[in-house]
Design a binder for this molecule. Structure first.
Ligand code: THU
Length: 134
C-alpha cells in the first residue's frame, strides 16, 4: 500500500488513537482521524455505554470534535477497525451533512487499506439540506 504522506500521517493518527477506544461491551475497537480542508486533524474513538444505545461511533466523535471547533469542511477520513469494517449508516449520514466529496479510507488493524471511497458513493441519494427546501 502506497499512500501519500498526508494520508499516512492521518492513518498513523487514527491508529494511535485506537487505544483510547472505550468498547467494553462489543470489544470492537474503532478509531478515526479526519483531516479538515484547512489541514487540521481530529481523532475519535467509539465510546460505548452500559445503556447500549447511548454509545457513539468513532467517526462521529472525530467529526463532532472538529465541528465543535469551527471546522465544517473535510477532505479525508481514515477509519481503523480490526477487520476493515465499513462505516455505519448513521455515520455516513453525518459525513454527508458536511462533505459529500470527502474521501474515506477504510483500514484494518494491520494497516491494510481495504477500501478508498467518497461519502457520495458510501451514501448514494443522501438526504441533505437541499431536501428541506420545499
Ligand atoms: N462502530 C464505530 O465506531 N463505527 C462504525 O462505523 C461501525 C461501528 C462501533 C460502534 C460500537 O461501539 C462498535 O463499533 C460495535 O458496533
Amino acid at each position: 500500500m502506497t499512500l501519500p504522506p498526508e494520508d499516512r500521517a492521518l492513518l498513523e493518527a487514527a491508529r494511535q488513537a485506537r487505544r483510547f477506544s472505550y468498547a467494553p461491551y462489543s470489544r470492537y475497537a474503532v478509531s478515526a482521524a479526519v483531516r479538515t480542508a484547512s489541514g487540521r486533524v481530529f481523532t475519535g474513538v467509539n465510546i460505548e455505554n452500559a445503556a447500549y444505545p447511548n454509545g457513539v461511533c468513532a467517526e462521529r466523535v472525530a467529526i463532532f470534535k472538529a465541528v465543535s471547533e469551527g471546522e465544517r469542511r473535510f477532505e479525508t477520513l481514515v477509519l481503523v477497525t480490526e477487520n476493515g469494517g465499513t462505516p455505519c449508516g448513521a455515520c455516513r449520514q453525518v459525513m454527508a451533512e458536511f462533505s459529500l466529496d470527502m474521501r474515506v479510507l477504510i483500514v484494518d488493524a494491520q494497516g491494510r487499506l481495504h477500501q478508498e471511497i467518497t461519502v457520495r458513493d458510501l451514501l448514494p441519494g443522501a438526504f441533505t439540506a437541499d431536501d428541506l427546501q420545499t
